[in-house]
Design a protein around this ligand. Sequence first.
Ligand SMILES: [Zn+2]
Length: 506
Amino acid sequence: MKYDILIKNGKVIDGTGRPGFFADVAIKGKTVASVKQNIPSSDASLIIDGTGLVVSPGFIDVHCHTDWSILDGPWDDHQERQGITTQVAGLCGTSPLSPEEHFRDVLQGTGLRTNYALMVGHGTIRKSMMGDAERAPLPDELRKMKYLAEKALDEGALGLSTGLIYAPGTYSATEELKELAAVLRRYDAIYATHMRSESDAILKAVDEAIEVARHADVRLQISHIKVILPRNWGLGPEVIRKLEAAMKDIPVAADQYPYTVTGGGFYGPSRLVKGWPVENRESDPDKESESFARFERDFRAPKNREELTSHVRSLLDERGGPRQFIIVRAKTQRIVGMTLDEASDALDAPAEILCLEEILASGGQFAMVYEGVYEPEMIEFMKRPWVMVGTDGVPGAFHPRTHGTFPRILGRYVREKNVLSLEEAIRKMTSLPAETFGFSGRGRIAKGFHADLVIFDPETVTDKSDFVRPHAYPEGIKWVFVNGTAVVKEGQPVDAYPGVPLRREN
Ligand SMILES: [Zn+2]
């Protein structure tokens, strides 16, 4: 046979941004072998009917945290189910210290269903040298940190990531970041930053990011770009202006997930009630029930109840009021999915009292999410030609972005809201990230390119995950190929591991 797989009669959107066209796509081995009209069916062993479907390059997720969980296995297939064929992990300052060891462990363990690349985290490097010390590194420590960054780059890391709101990244001064980022220049590697602020101090944080990248003379990637808190809404255009002005000197780009709730937007009892242990994987059931008992007592005592109430009231007010909160878990089922002000009307109770009573009634299970991002401002970022897509995915977390990011853009923001043309959206998911992160031979459909492909229905593609069901898989993604092998077939996952580690190429 001339070809292994032939996709007939689909609309090819090739990733470059040019208008879609009707053609057949033939795959031989791991490569796209031909893209033209009327390739005879007799030339291939497997024929896929693409009538009514779009054939696009596989999506590239430039921002995820898969490295946190990939070695725990089994492979979690939320990536390929939304059309992702390449993912970049190690962001926000946290990564494996040695890409080489990590890739080896992954290939010996769960294997790879998508291609997989890594950044090296500044936080990880810093922690390995100086723990959680809240001070500048000594000259010798800094020298060793640079050495570790170089070692990771030599092993194939694409660049350096920072997470400047997290410990220990937050303890570093701009000078330290400049020193470390300067290591990247020799490798022509990328500097990706979770900035020091996405909220009140965002403009200063943007200046710092530009200063670091400009000093190092390297490519700047702003991670999960957004402006948080209603009092800061409206700063978006100034963020854009600053970044576009910096493009005169250095290449600048960003990534974004299409949600108005951020990773810090979960408000269970630990955020609403002082002294409640923080909700996380290690949270201690004994401490939880102890906190609940104390809460129950306080809530019944008029004096403490007033303090509890005023705390919740000021917390809500500071975030734009009850209308910014959506209830995702409650004892009263009919308020699940409502905004807090809707629920407050429906139950005829003040919002802060409603929260506390629901915490009590649900045994501490009540939870809301907070919409800290203004959708029109998010859309302004989305429209910029240099903003690509990153899930910021954390497997197992409460946020639906891990399962829904790419289909949500294709459904909500392309088909429903016409924010982007389909061709432009796909360019942002494919050739733009491939060129920015240096994946040659990927991100486009053309003869000789790697056969990373997605076939989807543009009329039905949509995300199904939300804050009530964050782990629901999207719809409309029909076939996904990684290096010529199907990992999704007719909408269902296939038990195949054709992904490869992608190392920095230059
Ligand atoms: Zn981050």
